[in-house]
Design a protein around this ligand. Structure first.
Ligand code: C2E
Ligand code: CA
Ligand code: CA
Length: 755
């Protein structure tokens, strides 16, 4: 039952009770009035009649006794005058009282008897007076007469007593009537009092209920009045019936007219109302919606008894913006604002599930680590941002419909084109991007080169992981061959990937079981023809076939196994070198190849120290061959490590010199001993003048920097002669020796001049 109904019913009840109490009041008043009047009359009667009657009767009695006394005094004194005077007065009084009594009681027997007694007394009085005043008073008679007078007088007493009793009875009767009347009045008064009490109780209760309801209503109304959030009531036709002050403030903020509260309703409020009504009587719903630039949470309630909607709005703009910001951050790369790898994975997974054909294109900034180490992180970041913008602009300008660009890692972007692009289409897309990027001047004049790798769904991968892996394989291949016209993944590449994976699996086992060997390729000083040392080269047989280290070392690096293998190589090379020293070749230097990953480890220096200690090899018998790639991770650290290694007293050579950075600036900073000219410059040196000039320049450079220069890959006498003529210090190559197993190398040393 609603509060209003309750109040209405209480009001009705109170009115009825009031009416009843009023009627009862009037009735009681009437009864009390008439009864009171009656009692008053009865009392007045009592006072007016019965009380004087008492008085008269007692007066009569007294005057008779007084009269008798006068007789006795007269007998004693015989003073006639005194007697006559006293007796007369009392007799008159007696007569008067009697007359009054007669009026009051009427002719009733006791009075009749009394009257006779009085008459007799008068007669006796006359006889007595005559006897006394006689000359000869008969005193005996007198005494006789006195006795008779006394007897007669006494005879009146029962009559008077009878009259008194009669009066008493009358008084008693009246008293009873008055008492009865009073009893009735008291009953009515008590009844009325009780009725009033009951009414007062009921009224008090009703009043209390009313007051508390009223207080609650007031509190409720204050609740919405003081509520800082908008509260709006609507009738069943969505006409606004109430709005609190906060609603008005909101209209102000939104710049809406003051009387347009309905503009604050959600467009789809009807749907929620329908749901609430369908669900049950007093339901509610919570939903969010936007008004202009603000977001609100609406709590909508249906009040069935009042047939009205109550709407409570809460401004959730801040939260919503924060959520959107979080959502944006979660799905976009912080640096470029492009969609990130999470979004990529999500998009690709959805596309795969929908079985729609699409193309997945990986784009990477080439030599990004060098960009960072050379130009610094800030420049590198700016370049990345510029590349991102360029990629977006290019896609827009070439109108590649359905192509989206994602920024997945620092240097990597991914294109997802929701159509299955052919090889030709991909080539043309890559060409367009490449041309635009190469013609763009980036921050600090940096020339950006991109590498591409593409894979199509579903031919080249059935899920994100496969597509990513295969596009990366395509990218690696195209990057290593620098051929941008074959960036789409193909099955051959897939087979290669598979083969490599198998190779990695086998390498893992081989490393665990140490199934490798170290060969030694002698190195010779051109001036003396003496063997000065050898390069240690790793050898691995897989299923009876030799696998070249150029093939498996990068895989070992990729699989994260190079530390373990590198440790074994260094340790074994030092052991064997120490063996040679102990066989008498104390000046031989054994060169060990060190992978940039190995070199970059924090503990590399201590590892070298330990190995020397463990094997007992002197540092002067060890040479480390590192490539220019060692500075990839951290140039400063590389310089420091090289200096510390140098301090140990070992030799340092830059391997494959001329193919990498070829930046001469860092060469001065490196504390090294030797440059090792890459074999690609030697291969055709007898025919290629370009190679000759490069080699000559390197030799010159070495001389200027006081570094030794060794040429590797010398296969022919002619090559050796050219190098000798150029002033190259040392050579290494098949011409005078292949890499040899340990024992054969020892044999070789025994047959040749050595240092
Ligand atoms: P690298 O350090 O440049 O090694 C020289 C490579 O040239 C060796 O190939 C060697 O056998 C080969 N070679 C020597 N003389 C001639 C020649 O006259 N003509 C030709 N065409 N080649 C010649 P290998 O042993 O197959 O090693 C290939 C690469 O594998 C090495 O190149 C080096 O980068 C890596 N590698 C080999 N052994 C190790 C090792 O123990 N540790 C590390 N980290 N890498 C190694
Ligand atoms: Ca080498
Ligand atoms: Ca080399």
């Amino acid at each position: 039952m609603s509060i209003n109904n309750l109040i209405q019913r209480s009001h009705r009840l109170i009115n009825v009770i009031f009416a009843l109490v009023l009627v009862l009041g009037i009735a009681v008043s009437a009864v009390v009035y008439y009864k009171g009047d009656y009692i008053a009359k009865k009392t007045a009667d009592l006072i007016a009649q019965e009380v004087p009657a008492y008085d008269l009767l007692s007066k009569l009695n007294n005057s008779l006794i007084e009269q008798e006394r006068f007789f006795y005094e007269f007998y004693a004194t015989q003073k006639q005058d005194d007697f006559a005077q006293g007796y007369l007065v009392t007799n008159q009084q007696t007569q008067r009282v009697f007359a009054e009594l007669l009026v009051r009681f009427g002719d009733i027997p006791p009075l009749e008897i009394t009257q006779n007694s009085l008459q007799e007394l008068n007669k006796l009085a006359d006889e007595f007076v005559l006897n006394i005043i006689a000359a000869e008073t008969n005193w005996d008679l007198a005494r006789q007469q006195l006795r008779t007078i006394t007897d007669v007088r006494r005879a009146t007493s029962p009559q008077i007593q009878q009259l008194i009793t009669l009066t008493e009875n009358k008084v008693e009767l009246s008293e009873q009537v008055i008492l009865n009347g009073l009893e009735l009045v008291r009953f009515f008064v008590v009844l009325y009092g009780l009725a009033t009490l009951i009414v007062a109780y009921i009224v008090a209760k009703a009043l209390k209920a009313y007051l508390s309801t009223d207080a609650r209503n007031q509190r409720l109304s204050l609740f919405s009045t003081r509520n800082p959030n908008p509260v709006i009531s609507l009738d069943s036709r969505n006409v606004v019936t109430y709005r609190n002050p906060a609603t008005k403030r909101l209209l102000d903020i939104l710049g809406f007219p003051e009387d347009k509260t309905e503009w604050l309703l959600a467009n789809n409020i009807g749907e929620y109302q329908k749901q609430i009504l369908e669900e049950g009587k007093a339901g509610s719903k919570q939903f969010e919606y936007q008004i202009e630039q603000l977001y609100f949470q609406c709590d909508l309630h249906w009040l069935e008894d009042q047939r009205q909607w109550d709407m409570h709005l809460t401004d959730i703009t801040e939260r919503k913006k924060f959520e959107q910001e979080l959502l944006f951050k979660a799905s976009h790369h912080p640096q470029t604002g492009l969609l990130n790898h999470y979004e990529l994975e999500k998009t690709v997974t959805q596309l795969c599930e929908s079985e729609q054909k699409f193309t997945f294109g990986l784009i990477e900034i080439r030599s990004f680590s060098q960009l960072i180490s050379g130009q610094g992180l800030t420049v590198a970041s700016t370049v990345v941002e510029e590349v991102a913008t360029s990629l977006e602009n290019i896609l827009l300008s070439i109108d590649k419909e359905g192509c989206r660009v994602f920024h997945v890692s620092e240097k990597s972007f991914v294109l997802v084109c929701t159509s299955d692009l052919s090889n030709r289409q991909i080539d043309s897309l890559v060409q367009k991007i490449d041309q635009r990027i190469s013609s763009t001047i980036f921050h600090c004049q940096y020339q950006v080169q991109l590498d591409f790798g593409f894979a199509n769904f579903p031919q080249h991968g059935k899920n994100y992981t496969q597509l990513h892996k295969n596009s990366l394989a395509a990218l690696d291949k195209s990057a290593s061959s620098r051929d941008k016209s074959h960036v789409l993944f193909n099955l051959k590449l897939g087979e290669k990937l598979l083969y490599e994976q198998q190779l990695i699996d086998d390498l893992r086992v081989a490393i665990d079981r140490v199934q490798f060997e170290l060969y030694f390729q002698p190195q010779m000083a051109l001036s003396s023809g003496k063997i000065i040392g050898a390069e240690a080269l790793i050898r691995w047989q897989r299923n009876g076939n030799w696998i070249t280290p150029s093939e498996f070392i990068p895989l070992v690096e990729r699989a994260g196994l190079i530390d373990k293998l590198g440790d074994w190589i260094l340790h074994t090379a030092c052991q064997k070198a120490q063996n040679l020293v102990s066989l008498g070749w104390s000046e031989l230097v054994i060169a060990v190849n060190i992978s940039p990953l190995q070199f970059g480890r924090k503990d590399f220096l201590s590892k070298v120290k330990n190995v020397l200690k463990e094997t007992g090899l002197q540092a002067k018998n060890l040479e480390l061959e590192v490539t220019e790639g060692v500075i990839i991770f951290n140039e400063q650290e590389a310089i420091e490590t090289l200096a510390q290694l140098k301090n140990l007293g070992l030799h340092l050579a830059i391997d494959d010199f001329g193919t990498g950075y070829s930046s001469l600036s860092y060469l001065r900073k490196f504390n090294i001993d030797k440059l090792k000219i890459d074999q690609s410059f030697i291969q055709d040196i007898q025919h290629q003048t370009a190679d000759q000039s490069i080699v000559r320049t390197i030799i010159e450079l070495g001389r200027n920097l006081e570094l030794k220069v060794i040429a590797e890959g010398v296969e022919e006498l002619e090559q050796q002669e050219i190098l000798a003529a150029m002033g190259c210090d040392e050579i290494q190559g098949f011409y005078f020796s292949n890499p040899l197993p340990e024992q054969q190398f020892i044999d070789f040393l025994q047959q040749h001049k050595t240092v």
